[in-house]
Write a protein that binds this ligand. Structure first.
Ligand SMILES: Cc1ncc(COP(=O)(O)O)c(C=O)c1O
Length: 364
């Protein structure tokens, strides 16, 4: 049985009619950028998260860098971020000329809140929390520290649509919650798309202006902005998917529960979730000290896997200029050497799940 790490087509076919109907509706409307689909999606997504305002953007990376830009974070400022995040989180900081200050993760792959305070300097302006793999990070200590030192709090929720900490949804804790709707995400579009959830009305208005060449009124440009608009077609698709997001998350959670209950192998470490958090299982990430051998073994059985992520940002070629070498973040680097995302997607059959479980249990 051939099993791919992800099957985005299954997510499409599950609601094929609704997607196709909405696509035709948008195509026939004659209005394709920043229209009623976008504003309806923004309202619906803000309501879903419990956040105040949503502004649709072109991607998750745009959400991040524009967030730091509008929060006034730039050249020479420091932003505290976990070492084990996807590189886009770090690019959101450095595009603005700010400096990422790396902190090791905790056992749940979230930023280790106990290590943040020691990294705060006069130059620190913000903390960026990535709710990695779909698990909501523990927020209370981080919120307290941001309050104590007057720091901005930005959340990278590219992988955590719907995940909660203490019953509150990720993306609503900080000044800005940054979302990606890249097709493989839990709330995925059929192309690139993103959004922010914003607490303050004034900041939300600044996002609306910035995404459209810094313009509120046609051909009147207040600031130098970007073209980072969410288009009508993607917004329409996202509205369809959002209606089903809780059901899609539940389906993934059931697969994750099965994996957690039924994978028994001393060579494989399964993921955990902090007590006060929920996980929406963007990925099911195991760890194995003999990962390369496990990948080859699974490949032989036609089970595909992905490593999220093999090279931590501080060791990426793009960030050589920061001057960090191997050994700088031992825990982050150990995770990068041992993590492995196993197949888990909406529409995964019970037989496919059985096959993955059995293969993992038989690995010696
Ligand atoms: C944690 C994280 N941050 C940011 C991004 C960037 O999002 P996008 O690909 O929409 O720019 C992604 C996804 O690619 C991500 O997984």
């Amino acid at each position: 049985m051939k099993i791919m790490p992800n099957r985005m087509d299954r997510g499409f076919f599950k609601y094929q009619e609704e997607f196709e109907q909405k696509a035709l509706e948008v195509l026939r409307s004659g209005w394709y950028v920043l229209g009623k689909e976008v504003s309806s999606f923004e309202e619906e997504f803000a309501a879903y998260t419990g956040g105040n305002y949503c502004v649709g953007l072109a991607s998750g990376l745009d959400a991040l860098w524009i967030a730091f830009r509008l929060l006034g974070i730039g050249k020479g400022d420091e932003v505290i971020v976990q070492g084990n995040t996807y590189i886009a989180s770090v690019m959101g900081i450095t595009i603005n000329g700010a400096v990422p200050v790396f902190v090791e993760p905790d056992q749940y792959y979230g930023i280790d809140a106990d290590q943040i305070e020691a990294k705060i300097t006069q130059k620190t302006k913000a903390v960026l929390v990535t709710h990695l793999y779909g698990t909501a990070s523990s927020m209370d200590k981080i919120i307290a520290l941001c309050g104590k030192y007057g720091l901005k709090l930005v959340e990278d929720c590219a992988q955590s649509h719907g995940a909660c900490y203490d019953g509150q949804m990720t993306g609503t804790f900080g000044d800005v919650g940054c979302f990606s709707f890249y097709p493989s995400k839990n709330l995925g579009a059929f192309g690139d798309a993103g959004a922010v959830i914003v607490k303050e009305k004034k900041l939300a208005e600044e996002f609306r202006m910035f995404r459209n060449y810094g313009s509120e009124k046609r051909y009147y440009n207040k600031v130098v902005g970007a073209n980072s608009r969410l288009d009508e077609l993607q917004a329409g698709m996202l509205r369809v998917r959002l209606k089903h997001l809780d059901a899609l998350t539940k389906e993934k959670a059931e697969i994750a529960d099965r994996y957690t209950r039924e994978i028994h192998n001393p060579m494989i470490l399964l993921p955990g979730v902090p007590k006060r958090s929920t996980c929406v299982w963007h990925q099911y990430v195991i760890r194995c000290e003999e990962r390369e051998r496990l990948i080859a073994y699974l490949n032989e059985r036609e089970i595909g896997t992905i490593i999220h992520y093999p090279i931590p940002p501080h060791l990426a070629e793009a960030y050589q200029y920061l001057g960090y070498g191997e050994g700088f973040l031992p825990k982050t680097e150990h995770f990068a050497r041992t993590v492995l995302s196993i197949p888990m997607y909406n529409g995964m059959t019970r037989e496919e799940q059985d096959y993955v479980i059995e293969a993992l249990n038989q690995f010696k």
